[in-house]
Every structure is written in C-alpha cells, then in structure tokens.
Design a protein around this ligand. Structure first.
Ligand SMILES: [Zn+2]
Ligand SMILES: [Zn+2]
Length: 446
C-alpha cells in the first residue's frame, strides 16, 4: 500500500511532480459536471432518430486513408491539411475519422445494407478528428451527431433530413437560427457554373489568396467557401450555382422548396453556400447560429451526395445527410440560457454511526441501489456533522441515519433534506419510503 503522504520523500516536503501532462492542444475533457448536458443532448437525438426511423451505426475510429482522400477530394483542405494520418506497425496508412459520412458509406457497402432494404436510414454519434486552429466550438477532436439516408433521390427525403435538423434544434430549445439553402448542381451542370466562376474572377486572380488561386484551377466552387475577407469581397458578385442548374437539378430544387414551404420550415436561399467537401450534389444546407460562437457558424451542415457511393466503389446510389457538432450546439444552448435543468440530486445519503451500524448501513445502501434509487454513503470515517454536510453537498433528498441505537430498535432516522423534518421509519420500510417520495417525472431513463 502506497500512501500519498509518502510520495514527497523522507523530508516530508511536497515536491512538484517533475512532469505535468495536459490534454493535447485542441482537445478537451468532458468533466463530470458537463456530462449530463452531453447525455441529455444524445438522448434527445437518439429519441428523434427513433421517431424518424434512423438506425444507429458505429464505425471504427480510423479508416484507410484512401477512403477519405477519394471521397472528400484529394485537393480539399480537409485532406491536404487537416487529417490525422498515421502508419501502423504493419506499414498500412490509416486516418482518424475525419468526417462522418464516408465511414458510414464504407460500412453500408461492405455489409451490403442495400440488400436488406432499398432505402437505408442511418444515424451516428461519434468523435471527429481534424487538425484545425482551435477556436470557440472548434476542436481537433470534436464530436458530431449525424444522419444519412441512402437510396432515394426524392426531394421529400431532402425535406425530411432538413426537417429532422429543425426538430433536433427545437428539441434542444435552440431558436434564432438561420437555415441557409442552396443547390450546388450535379456533374452535368457544374462545369457551366465552374466556367462562369472562372471568368468572373479571372481578372482578379492575382488578388486572391494562395489557396483560392489553387482552387481556381482545382475546384473553383471552393473559392466561394473561402473565409478570407479579401476573397469574399472579390467573389461578392460571382455567379451562384443555382443560376446554372440543369433541368433535373432545377426541378429537384424547386420541389424541395415547395415541400419546405408546406412543412412550414423557413429558409434563406444562399447562392454562395457550397460546403467544403467535394462530394455534394444538388441540395446543400446549413443551420447557422451566432450565439456563443463569436461569428455566425454552422451548427448543422449537410447536403446531398448522389455520386459518393459510386466513388466508394458501389453501384450509383443517391444519398443525403447532415452532421452537427455537439460542442457548438452546447455552446449555443449555453449562450441562450437553455439547460435541461438536470439536477445532480441523489435520492438518499446513508449515514452510519458507530462500527456496529456499519454493516446494516451498507446493506441498506445496497437495497436502495437495487431498488433503482441513487444512494451513497461516507467512506472517510467522518463525524455525523461532516456526513450531514456531505449529504447536503450531494443534494441528497434524504439523509438516512443509521445509528446503533436506531438499529437496535429496528428503525432508521429519515431526514428530509428539504424541510429538515426527521421521522423514524422501520428499517424494512425505508426503501419504499424513499421511493414513494420520488416524483414520477424524475424517474430518469439514464
Ligand atoms: Zn444538374
Ligand atoms: Zn481565398
């Protein structure tokens, strides 16, 4: 047994440990005080998935590097600058999950989920790893919830996915967002838009940032996504994709807008919304919010990717989905003052007095827990006063005081921490007493 007091050495002086570890830059710990918020969010998301018919998929934390390079685009910022790629001892190259869609599609194809059902609806909650400059709500390991629908190009599916996003935010008490909507076209109509973009900015090419000059050649649409102010100004009057849609894309977009109107979902058309990843076709959307994020930022981003499954080696299959950063959503909730009112109350704190009461007290503790109640006790040999303090600190509904004297009489002193009223309850009836005092609404599915 090593006692902490001895670590400092014979001198008894406390020495600073020679090394202090920190979580890697851009990552964060989710501490016990915060996990209830995370669980509440995940619980609401999961409940929505059930209502909308989305089934959860869990994929590995890392994938073959090539999966992301192929699907996201070899020249995208994500692939060239932001991936956590490593070689394993066997010499294979892997990348920590850099986004949520490609792994889900890889699994969809690998396990022939299309063979089980022509329309597959998936959901996930997972960490995402990107080497980014850390800022409000942006981390190198952040977490996302997301959904994907594979197998239909019906604009009603686009409407459902967007409606899901709106319902998710509503369930979380988030108001005041802006839904931005665009259609980025398809391989048939995109070249026209690309050409129009190139000729619109050609004369200013030298004034664009180095990234945009590269994008000009590789994928001019991405210039619209540039966050640099100067590029934004130069591209302010550049043509939007919606002006160049082919008939199919135009009809699809018009139908989606009709459906969103019919569902009462408000949106703003944003011709500049292109999303950062190469694989989007037709519908692109972002739910934007400013609260808690410094600038207007996407809290949900998604779109259609009708060519992506083919790109992953499958048969041509349409798909659409969204991802939503949990950290950002929690920041928005916090800024809006929305919380779940989750109490960290416990039902009972068992106070034992005297060695003779200890075993009976621990048995009572076990019975409370077995009955589904939250209960704790003192393990530090503290005085009655200190144990009462601890019961307060833990927000116990009841302090159950088991002293040798009470136990001898077959009772436990039950003290309501709210009104300090104390009664004696037969030991065998204590569990029922605590249970009956618990409001139904607080029976938590956690
Ligand atoms: Zn098109
Ligand atoms: Zn730029």
């Amino acid at each position: 047994m090593l006692f902490l007091g001895q670590v400092g050495g014979a001198g008894g002086q406390q020495e600073e440990p020679s090394m202090r570890y920190q979580s890697p830059r851009g990552t964060h710990d989710i501490l016990p005080a915060e996990t209830p918020r995370w669980r509440a969010l995940e619980r609401r998301f999961t409940a929505l998935c059930q209502r909308y018919g989305y089934r959860e998929i869990r994929t590995p934390l890392f994938e073959q590097t090539d999966l992301f390079a192929r699907t996201v685009g070899e020249t995208s910022d994500l692939v060239t600058k932001q991936m956590y790629t490593f070689e394993d001892p066997g010499g294979d190259r892997f990348t920590l999950r850099a986004e949520g869609t490609a792994p889900a599609l890889r699994a969809y194809l690998e396990h022939s989920l299309a063979g089980q059902s022509p329309l597959v609806k998936l959901s996930y909650v997972c960490p995402i790893f990107r080497y980014e400059r850390p800022q409000a709500g942006r981390y190198r390991q952040h977490h996302q919830v997301g959904i994907e629908v594979l197998g239909s190009q019906d604009p009603a599916v686009d409407a459902e996915v967007i409606a899901f996003g709106a319902a998710y935010l509503a369930d979380l008490g988030i108001t005041g967002y802006t839904l931005k909507l665009n259609s980025v076209g398809c391989p048939a109509c995109r070249p026209n838009h690309r050409d129009a973009l190139r000729s619109a900015v050609h004369q200013h090419l030298g004034d664009l940032c180095a990234d945009c000059q590269r994008r000009f050649d590789e994928n001019p649409l991405r210039m619209l996504d540039c966050k640099r102010e100067r590029c934004g100004e130069l591209l302010a009057n550049a043509p939007g994709s919606a002006e160049y849609l082919c008939e199919e894309c135009g009809t699809h977009f018009a139908r989606l807008r009709e459906l969103l109107d019919a569902l009462g979902i408000e949106y703003e058309l944003d011709a500049r919304l292109v999303r950062g990843l190469d694989y989007y076709t037709k519908t692109a959307f972002e739910f934007m919010h400013t609260a808690g994020l410094g600038a207007q930022s996407a809290i949900i981003g998604g779109g259609r990717y009708d060519g992506l499954i083919e790109e992953c080696g499958g048969k041509p299959t349409p798909g659409i989905g969204f991802g939503s950063g949990i950290e950002r959503v929690l920041l928005v909730r916090q800024a809006l003052g929305v919380d779940d009112g989750l109490s960290d109350e416990i039902d009972a704190f068992v106070i034992t007095l005297g060695a003779g009461a200890r075993v009976a007290g621990l048995r009572l503790l076990a019975e409370l827990r077995a009955a589904g109640l939250s209960a704790d006790t003192d393990y530090l040999g503290r005085s009655l006063k200190s144990q009462m303090k601890e019961a307060h600190r833990q927000n116990a509904r009841f302090a159950l005081i088991a002293g040798e004297d009470e136990l001898a009489r077959g009772v436990v002193a039950v003290r309501s921490m709210q009104d300090s009223e104390q009664t004696e309850v037969p030991t065998s009836a204590v569990v029922e007493h605590v249970k009956s005092a618990k409001p139904d609404s607080e029976v938590d599915p956690r």
